[in-house]
Design a protein around this ligand. Sequence first.
Ligand code: HEM
Length: 488
Amino acid sequence: MTDASGTEVRPSRGRKAPGPKGGMVLGSALDFKASPLEFICYVHRAYGDVARFRVGHQHWYLISHPDDIHDIMTKRAKVFLKPAIARRLWDKFLGDGLLTSEGEEWRRQIKLIRPAFAKTRVAAYGDLMVDYTHRMVDAWAQDQRVDFSEAMVALTLEVVAKTLFNADVKGDAAIVGEAMHVLHEEMLNHIYMPLPVPRWWPSKANRRKMKAITDIEEIVRGFIEERRASGEDRGDLLSTLILARTEEGEQLDDKEVRDQSMTLFFAGHETTAHAMTWAWYLLAKHPEVTARLQREIHAVTGGARLKVEHLTEVPYLEWVINEGMRILPSVWVFMKEPTEDTTIRGVHIPKGAPILISPYVIQHDGRWFPSPETFDPERFSPARSATIPKGAFVPFSGGSRTCLGKGFAMMEAQLIIGTLVQRLQPTIPAGHVPEKQAVLSLQPMGGLPIDVVLRPFGAAAQEVPASRQPPSPSEKRPAVPSTCPMSN
Ligand code: HEM
């Protein structure tokens, strides 16, 4: 076993982690399933930075100190791998794609795929992201009620299909949306149920899940077959996958191309969509932040379309996105598993125990983020962000397994949100407080309704008609609904 510095140490049992006892048979499985966010916030608040709870026969560990999280993701990354439960959950859907692979297999895959996410490659997608955003808003009418969340999922789906696969999926958004919904539900049942129905059993749930996978697979197979038939190198991710050769000169086989394509299609849209949905919600509640954003974008673009080149000149836009992902991270939890008995903060963690790391819990901890419920993008200004401990802001995980699409997603979110505040005034219906739904990603339950308030394109913040302005900051607004108030 290794310690925090990576040196070999003799295994020690360490202390037992504190945590709720739960019921005799299921442990805390039902509490966790009923309200996962509230439950893990409670476990952290009540039992501290290394806590555990039981799901059926197995203890799960919740690790919430930035130093430990940073260690797990970096120095001890060779010990803490993707958990077996994630591989089991995803194998039918994502196969041996990047999200689930480990060791040599993962190294071989990432070497092949990473070039498709190089900064210059990704920057070339910027205009398309802005085009699609304008096209979406062009179809909206003043005062129309729109589900912003659904619109963002459809938009990011189109973007990922076009940029990475050069495919148009406008007509398929509803099919993918429905399939994703089913997968979220069925995967969660599988996670929380200590005695799940075997995956091969032709139960209703398994049939529903397999249909959802097949629906997405058919779309992705369409991309692959079309490209194989044309044999063309279009310079996008799909060409990289189809034409790539390993060091031994081997091509990826059909299953490998399928697994990576499914992984990127899946990982590449919903997470960004929910991050933008929450950012929009927070902007709607904080008109002073919106006004500053609109002013700063206007100062740089002069009222013209936002471009990738502008982004470095509007750092506030990136701070807004970061602060949105701090308060409402779309990936609210991710998992690891130690390959050997180990200790964290003197607490014994047995080999193979599922470890939960929750960006939501840690990013709401007042020790690292004072007044954690306050939406304050300035936290990410260079001076203040330098004081955030490593491992405390982890919306994209970290270390060697950092999200491959981080640069893509950050650019996409900035371009789309930046373009949207040029075209629209962020609003939500009066009194609407979205309920958080922590499924595989954190999303507003039932979507996020907005009433479209168009702005004259190219308007600076003060040019918005007064009647259309959201309430002034001094007016009482409901606070960000909090489920994780930290007392520390
Ligand atoms: C705001 C948007 C996004 C967030 C918050 C996010 C977050 C994450 C997180 C937390 C992980 C680690 C998961 C784990 O360890 O279980 C991850 C992995 C990954 N993400 Fe993202 N992601 C986003 C967007 C994207 C996009 C746009 C793509 C691709 C186009 C992408 C592709 C991937 C891949 C391939 C991995 C696996 C990387 C590896 O293990 O080597 N993600 N992401």
